[in-house]
Design a protein. Structure first.
Length: 152
């Protein structure tokens, strides 16, 4: 019952272990609490920084209005999800890109994507074509959907 446990810990945090004036004598886990043992209740806020990463997405469209996607095996995020063929590029190359560019925010990453519409397509084993009108049958990452929406 992991969800019940997580909910209970959140309740303790909300009602007993407050940022100012915690009520340690009512806390069921105070004997295991490092802050209680050290009498140090100062909370250090960890700031996640947004990392800007620059990508180049190559969009291949055939005559039947289908787009080429492949399983993500290149990037550590969203493994095996269908994405457009993409490469990480340096910031200078992104700035020099003449065509369409979009910005997408993903948790702690700001994705800056330069979009290249390509005509010459070399068939690859790990990819497939998807009809743009039949996307309801596919589970796509939100950034892939945003790229699709931007090129419509």
């Amino acid at each position: 019952r992991a969800s019940d446990y997580a909910q209970a810990i959140m309740e303790i945090g909300a009602l007993i272990c407050k940022p100012t004036k915690p009520i340690c004598n009512q806390c069921p886990i105070s004997r295991n609490c490092k802050s209680f043992k050290k009498n140090d209740f100062h909370i250090m806020k960890v700031n996640k920084f947004n990392k800007q990463i620059f990508f180049e997405a190559n969009i291949f469209q055939n005559k039947k209005n289908n787009y080429y996607l492949l399983k993500n095996r290149k990037f550590n995020f969203l493994k095996d999800m269908p994405i457009f063929p993409m490469n990480e590029i340096p910031k200078i190359k992104f700035r020099k890109h003449v065509g369409k560019r979009i910005n997408i925010k993903m948790s702690n990453m700001d994705m800056r994507i330069a979009i290249n519409m390509k005509k010459n397509f070399k068939e690859k084993k790990d990819g497939f074509f998807v009809n743009i009108n039949d996307l309801s049958n596919w589970t796509l990452p939100s950034f892939t959907k945003k790229i699709l929406h931007s090129i419509k």
